[in-house]
Design a protein around this ligand. Structure first.
Ligand code: SF4
Length: 289
């Protein structure tokens, strides 16, 4: 049996940096609060929680004062910074620079929207942490669309400024942009392609990788937006693709009649977990021989 881990998978630089900042703090203090899961991956959250990282909810954050809190790579809306300032909370801001830049661009567009009556639209997953941070730049006024089915909400008589959540797929963005342009006619539409290339550049590689194996095991947290998108791509290329979040979900029947297995994952999946999946599968195969 040939079992191979995708060399192109593993954390993106935004996640690597957030984890580095958390570990640096935890080396000096035994306790550090993190607003939301530092990464959409339980095994990594558990590893860091053993070192003293405590995940808090937004509700908990708003009742805190005089402490230190890490903000993860997804970014946060302005009210988080305002509450921190008023309540003596030191923020360790691990917002990814790519997200930070996008937040600033959306803020500028929102200011412009006040002058020319345009609408700020975000192609993204409603309720996702990054999207909440982006919508927060517009005092909650940006319209979030997940796909064509949400386009009814837009007013096609008014200019549209479209942005994308960083982890959406380029195909989805192009499809949506075409439809918006069609419906807008002569009304100005400005499309900002703000898909993060750390994700988009993985797509050609993962397509080639998934096509080479009898079975693909895709490892990702269920809440990961890019995990869902990259898995859908694997599944299209190779229908015998399986999504797992932890090793216990692997079933030995999947390996019947299979000669090769490819293992890959999201930008929030640790490389080590992919290696562990490879050893785990090797164990299943060895026991069934
Ligand atoms: S996917 Fe891109 S934008 Fe998101 S954290 Fe990683 S590097 Fe930053």
């Amino acid at each position: 049996m040939n079992i191979e881990v995708d060399k192109g998978s593993g954390f993106c630089f935004g996640v690597v940096e957030a984890i580095r900042m958390a570990e640096e703090q935890l080396a000096q203090n035994q306790l550090l609060y993190c607003l939301g899961d530092i990464v959409h991956n339980n095994s990594e959250v558990e590893r860091l929680s053993r070192k003293g990282l405590v995940t808090i909810s937004h509700e908990q954050f708003f009742s805190m004062h005089d402490t230190t809190v890490l903000l993860r790579a997804h970014g946060e809306p302005p009210e988080i910074y305002q509450h921190a300032e008023k309540n003596n909370i030191r923020l360790i801001d691990a917002t990814c620079p790519v997200v930070l830049k996008l937040q600033n661009r959306i803020l500028k567009s929102y200011e412009q929207a006040g002058k020319d009556d345009s609408q700020v639209v975000i192609y993204g997953q409603k309720g996702h942490a990054e999207v909440n941070g982006l919508v927060g730049q517009t005092k909650g006024e940006a319209i979030v669309v997940e796909g064509i089915q949400d386009l009814e909400q837009l007013d096609y008589q008014r200019p549209i400024l479209l942005y994308s959540q960083t982890t959406k797929g380029l195909d989805g963005l192009h499809h949506l942009s075409e439809e918006i342009r069609k419906r807008s006619g002569e009304t100005p539409v400005k499309i900002h392609d703000t898909v993060c290339r750390q994700v988009a550049n993985r797509i050609p590689g993962i397509k080639k990788f998934a096509a080479r194996f009898d079975l693909v095991i895709f490892v990702s947290g269920k809440k990961s937006s890019n995990g869902k998108m990259l898995y859908d791509i694997c599944k299209k290329v190779n229908p015998n693709s399986r999504f797992i979040s932890n090793l216990e979900e692997i079933e030995k029947e999947w390996f019947d009649q299979v000669q090769s297995v490819g293992i890959c994952g999201a930008t929030s999946t640790p490389k080590q977990l992919l290696e562990e999946a490879a050893s785990y599968i090797q164990g299943i195969v060895d026991r069934s021989e």
